[in-house]
Design a protein around this ligand. Structure first.
Ligand SMILES: [Ca+2]
Length: 249
């Protein structure tokens, strides 16, 4: 669906400072120092292992965190995803569809994310023939992808889709119990080795237990005009408003 740049690795994590006080002298000192070094090595080994673990986050978009996120800059469907259409204001990430254009925008995590729960709280623009996606993706297309996609209109349509091993393994279009363009709502998917679960406002909407990708991917959110919808320009500039995105490993 998209072609994000390759991301960076997880940040190394510093181990706690170690401090020794009131050491005795002579052989006892040497023995204690040896034990201290062993302990320090164990702490360092533990810290080394911990840095390879997944690290969760909550981003309320008080500002745009360039360590965590990049802005997409490429063509997708009918849209030019322009970094200039992505900003933060009033505690929201804003993705702009400029008036009389089929423009859009995209963010993606710099690092790859694995199993866990992914959630966003957002309000969609009213811009029929465009969609907003909240998804995991890693190139090449069809290899690994988990999508929530919403129509940016009042038809309440939401799509859940998975790709794995070079094929689309599931896709379904369902109906939300609310209009996503008139207020903020929560959208979430839980990615585990044995199951995919998709939620809207905490209500489970879909479960799949096969056809699930197995790789770490970029977490992404975008607003754009796909070729399979008619590409209708809006008279007014509209925005996708993203209050928050979180990841819990
Ligand atoms: Ca916020």
């Amino acid at each position: 669906m998209a072609n994000p740049p390759r991301g960076g690795d997880a940040k190394p994590r510093a181990s706690d400072d170690l401090e020794a006080a009131g050491l005795p002298k002579g052989a006892t000192l040497r023995r204690i120092f040896f034990v201290f070094v062993l302990g320090a090595m164990q702490v360092m080994l533990f810290a080394g292992a911990a840095s390879a673990q997944e690290v969760g986050f909550f981003d309320g978009f008080e500002s745009f965190d360039t360590v965590r996120w990049s802005k997409g800059d490429h063509t997708l469907g009918r849209s030019q995803l322009d970094p200039n259409n992505v900003s933060t204001s009033g505690g929201n990430l804003q993705i702009k569809i400029p008036a009389r254009t089929l423009g859009g925008g995209e963010i993606l995590t710099n690092s790859l994310k694995g199993y866990g729960s992914y959630s966003t709280r957002m309000k969609l623009p009213y811009a029929p023939s465009s969609i907003t996606g909240f998804f995991l993706y890693k190139s090449p297309d069809y290899a690994s992808e988990i999508d929530i996609e919403l129509y940016n209109d009042s038809t309440r349509r939401i799509m859940f889709t998975t790709y794995a091993g070079g094929a689309q393994t599931h896709t379904v279009t369902m109906q939300l119990p609310f209009d996503p363009t008139t207020g903020f709502h929560d959208y979430r998917f839980d990615y585990t080795p044995g199951a995919m679960n998709f939620y809207a406002d905490g209500q489970l909407m879909k479960t799949w237990t096969d056809g699930i990708p197995t790789t770490d991917m970029h977490l992404m959110l975008n607003t754009w005009f796909p070729t399979w919808l008619e590409g209708r320009k809006q008279k007014r500039t509209v925005y996708t408003l993203v209050d928050s995105i979180s990841y819990t490993p």
